[in-house]
Design a protein around this ligand. Structure first.
Ligand SMILES: [Zn+2]
Length: 594
């Protein structure tokens, strides 16, 4: 199991990867000169690019909506990766191995490592129970056989069994109170009201749920025989978020790349039944609607997603929710299709009845998103009269407005115009009316970068040192001399300078990432995005030195006031104070003196 990632490795990695490559492979960038790149912002809808990426700073910033960050931040925001996943992605991109610190069995190992360890032990325990020859195990195997599963498929999917007892797992894994607490945190046991713990999964066939790296993070359980609920999943835990995990993604991702599309079904039995028929690119959501995070995950492996829904009302509702989540993330080159199965069928029953070839033929005929969207809107109105056609346009408006500009939007506009029996420019203006202006940022609350003039001096100083870490080399001693000045932000400024003093190689991105887990992180990101309008290095150092000089004057004023107070309160004679002040003034504030 992986341990912690060492800080020096992260620093070096951020000095090695280029944020421009990382972003360009996901959001194509155009050069804007001077090491700057531009694109239409992936975080808000716009027609003219205000999303910029800087090679020097290794930082992105959108002047429209104010989103900004490092390559790590981009992967976290755009691809919904965790911090560790983002680092792993960057390391893979740079072709370097992460030197994880070995600590699997040390008490220092992280909380989530502990949970993953316990979940894997539970997985082994459940698998063993399915093979122990008990009456319940026989019943479970009979059930799986009846559903058409081979022993090989059961092995591939690591299917297991939770015996019908209150504390089988708790007894097997719970050594002491601290382990019980962890088992509870992992969603495996619940605490009894009168003390003690009992198993969450009892009398169920167990399907381990892996994250995309293949680590067991949760379980699903299907009741054997009668009983409620029929399907029971692990609760949300520190290592399991059902809104971002997809069942079987770790096994399917290679096949998804190879086949060119991902098949999204509703349940794990569907995935397993399809695999039994050698259809290996299916994943399932885990008792939740498809989320943006799911889609971002899948679009990392393919440009085409086919959603497969049961042909009933519930299936249609689920499909509509998926469509609503898909619209904002559809971009040029990405395709989403919807397949509705015949009434009364799910993928499991259908593939069993029709076989692989026929199933694949149906998948190939899945309706493109545009068709599904328009036919559904059409059902809600009557196109035979004028009012109905006008209503079509107003129904379509909120959906079209979520789409990015591109071929799909154009195609939908053309089709809508035909359906409404009007021309495209009328349609466009109908849809455009009273919508938020096209280039308005989606998130108004996020402040765009203010002009540096609005910043306090210390904020300007921090902003400059974060963007030009090299400034610390020349000015380190002056900065340290300011440490007594009692103003907000001075501690952070001095801290940054110390950090750079011992790690002079840190670039802007690495510097910001050092503060990720602190409450300074947001501020630093914001200050890194400040535009200084100074392009010349000499001007930048001059500006920085002027700020330091002004701050030093403030420090002298502060000291003078403190001395006056001491004289007033009789702690010091006037003469002593004057002498101290003289000494301070004589300490000229020039780098040449240091
Ligand atoms: Zn933006």
């Amino acid at each position: 199991m992986a341990g912690r990632i060492p800080q020096p490795f992260i620093d070096e990695l951020l000095g090695r990867v280029d944020i421009v490559d990382i972003i360009d492979s996901r959001v194509p960038l155009k050069s804007a000169g001077r090491g700057e790149y531009k694109a239409c912002c992936p975080f808000h809808e716009e027609k003219t690019p205000s999303f910029t990426v800087s090679t020097d700073k290794q930082f992105y910033h959108c002047f429209g909506c104010g989103e900004h960050g490092t390559a790590v931040g981009f992967l976290m925001n755009y691809a919904h990766l965790s911090f560790v996943e983002a680092i792993e992605e960057l390391a893979a991109h740079a072709g370097v191995d992460i030197p994880y610190e070995q600590q699997t069995f040390s008490p220092k190992s992280s909380d989530s490592d502990n949970l993953l360890n316990l979940l894997e032990q539970a997985n082994q325990f459940f698998k063993q129970q399915l093979r122990d020859g008990s009456a319940l195990a026989k019943q479970a195997i009979e059930y799986l056989k009846n559903r058409g599963l081979s022993g090989e498929t059961a092995r591939d999917f690591e299917i297991g069994l939770a015996a019908d007892s209150w504390d089988g797992l708790a007894k097997a894994l719970g050594k002491d109170e601290s382990t019980f607490k962890k088992l509870q945190k992992a969603g495996l046991v619940n605490e009894r009201d009168n003390g003690g713990y009992y198993d969450r999964f009892r009398g169920r066939i167990i399907f381990p749920i892996h994250d995309f790296k293949g680590r067991v993070v949760a379980f699903g359980g299907r009741v054997l025989g009668e009983g409620e609920p029929k399907y029971l999943n692990s609760p949300e835990t520190p290592v399991f978020h059902k809104g971002s995990e997809l069942y079987n993604l770790h096994r399917a991702r290679g096949e998804i790349k190879k086949s060119g599309f991902a098949l999204v079904v509703e349940g794990y039995m569907d995935v397993i039944a399809l695999a039994q028929f050698e259809i290996n690119h299916a994943v399932a959501t885990l008792g939740t609607a498809t989320t943006r995070a799911h889609l971002d995950r899948l679009f990392r492996y393919t440009d085409e997603i086919v959603f497969c829904f049961d042909g009933d009302k519930a299936g249609e509702r689920a499909a509509w929710r998926a469509l609503e989540n898909v619209l904002p993330v559809i971009s040029a080159g990405r395709q989403v299709k919807f397949l509705f199965l015949p009434q009364g069928h799910d993928p499991d029953s259908l593939v069993q009845e029709k076989g692989k070839q026929d199933f694949e033929k149906m998948v190939a005929m899945a309706a493109p998103l545009s068709e599904f969207l328009l036919s559904n809107l059409e059902k809600q109105t009557d196109l035979s009269h004028l009012e109905g056609r006008a209503r079509l346009l107003s129904l379509a408006k909120p959906y079209l407005n979520q789409l990015k500009q591109g071929p799909l939007k154009q195609l939908l506009l053309e089709q809508l115009a035909r359906m409404a029996q009007t021309d495209i420019s009328t349609t466009r203006s109908q849809l455009g009316r009273s919508e938020s202006k096209p280039d308005q940022p989606a998130r108004r609350s996020k402040a765009t970068s203010s002009t540096p003039a609005n910043l306090s001096l210390i904020a300007k100083a921090i902003s400059l040192i974060v963007q030009y870490p090299g400034l610390n080399r020349v000015n380190n001693k002056q900065i340290q001399a300011l440490r007594d000045l009692e103003i907000n932000g001075m501690d952070l400024f001095v801290d940054l300078s110390n950090l750079l003093d011992s790690n002079p190689e840190l670039n802007t991105a690495a510097l910001i990432e050092r503060y990720r887990s602190t409450n300074h992180h947001k501020v630093l990101e914001k200050l890194a995005a400040q535009h200084h309008l100074l392009t010349d290095e000499a001007l930048i150092s001059k500006e920085f030195e002027e700020i330091l000089t002004t701050l030093n004057k403030q420090r002298l004023d502060q000291t003078r006031n403190q001395l006056m107070e001491k004289v007033k309160s009789g702690q010091m004679t006037e003469e002593q104070a004057a002498n101290q002040l003289k000494t301070l003034h004589n300490q000229r504030f020039k780098s040449s003196d240091i």
